[in-house]
Design a protein around this ligand. Structure first.
Ligand code: SF4
Length: 364
């Protein structure tokens, strides 16, 4: 059985099945711009050598689907302020602690003695809270619909255990609203979208139907294998050529039309849609998740008083433009000079899903 599955995947990863589609993407003769929204797709595209396979008429644009990259500097500064408190343990996904805030990063605060711990899941943060009743344990709840259900699950468990020393600093964002904002902002510049595969597993392919129904643009839900991406590009080009616009789910081995109903249910129990501020895009209506009134006791912003919210400092970092597809990483004057993965000046160079980090690795 395992051998059969591996044979199938090896065949799928090989080029034999894809020759016809490769011809389509090599020989396409009309100018077309396609955005891959998700950072994992950007990495898969570069790791798979896809740019070298494309006709010169095809432009791929990386979108705002890297959770670390879109989180604002103000949020990072709030996390840093909390990490300086002696009664607080900050828990966070790994890369995020390296992102610079106004004056330092969580990693620097940790080096100076702050209790900042890297966790793989908010459930681990919850366990830390159970073992440290004398401390306030705060999980930095960033990400999209992919991380929201497990964060909600941690809150459900904290509620069940009546754990009052666990809370979250919340900056969860939602994908459909930001894609719609990009379509409106960039007007008709984008011809098609490779929609985020992981987010689609949670909210379903139908959450992206508006791209075709309301804006007459092509869209494909795709997986992350090289074959998935070539197939997605060929499908979008076919739609553009024939003037047909639909949202095609080419990742049906994982993504269902209505998504993961259990994950959606637990998200809806704890969170409600609200406006959210994105790095580079500002405040976007209905593009984030806030805690429902009933669970405000888990909101770190209610437990702690913050200093007056600082204004975003003007850096030379162009992450905002990179995230919205207005600039490519090498267009930033700091790229690969003052800004490298070892000395990142912005989140797009920190995260493995950030365009600058990916360009640095594959396109320097
Ligand atoms: Fe920001 Fe560095 Fe990317 Fe420039 S290269 S946009 S400074 S992360």
């Amino acid at each position: 059985m395992v051998k059969k599955i591996m044979d199938y995947y090896n065949k799928f990863r090989g080029m034999d099945l894809l020759k016809e589609m490769l011809n389509q993407i090599r020989n396409f003769d009309k100018e077309v711009k396609i955005m891959e929204v998700c950072g994992t797709h950007t990495r898969a595209i570069f790791a798979g050598g896809i740019p070298k396979l494309l006709s010169d008429h095809i432009t791929l644009i990386s979108g705002p689907g890297c959770p670390i990259c879109v989180t604002t500097q103000i949020y990072i500064d709030k996390a840093i302020e909390l990490a300086k408190k002696s009664n607080v343990i900050i828990t966070s996904f790994a890369d995020f602690i390296k992102v610079p805030g106004n004056n330092s990063s969580l990693q620097q605060i940790k080096a100076l003695g702050g209790d900042v711990r890297v966790v793989h899941s908010p459930i681990s943060a919850l366990k830390i809270a159970q073992k440290n009743y004398d401390k306030e344990v705060i999980f930095l709840a960033i990400g999209f619909e992919t991380t929201a259900p497990i964060i909600a699950l941690s809150l459900k468990e904290a509620d069940r255990l009546k754990l009052d020393n666990y809370s979250i600093l919340l900056s969860l964002k939602t994908m459909p609203a930001i894609i719609e904002k990009l379509i409106l902002d960039l007007e008709s510049e984008i011809d098609g979208f490779i929609c985020p595969g992981h987010v689609s597993t949670i909210i379903g392919s139908q959450a992206f139907n508006f791209i075709a129904d309301n804006y007459n643009l092509a869209a494909v839900i795709a997986g992350f294998e090289r074959g998935d991406i070539i197939m997605a590009l060929a499908r979008i080009l076919k739609m553009v050529k024939e003037g047909i616009t639909t949202v095609d789910n080419l990742y049906s081995r994982v993504v269902k039309a209505k998504g993961n109903l259990k994950a959606i249910a637990i998200m809806n129990d704890f969170f409600e849609v609200k406006d959210s501020t994105w790095r580079g895009l500002g405040l976007v209506r209905n593009s984030g998740l806030g805690l429902k009134e009933k669970y405000q006791n888990f909101n770190a912003e209610n437990k702690f008083k913050f200093k007056e919210v600082p204004q975003e400092k003007k850096f030379f970092c162009s992450c905002g433009d990179v995230l919205t597809g207005k600039k490519r990483p090498p267009d930033c004057q700091l790229f690969a000079k003052d800004c490298t993965p070892l000395n990142p000046q912005g989140p797009c160079m920190v995260s493995e899903e950030g365009s600058c980090n990916i360009y640095y690795e594959y396109r320097r």
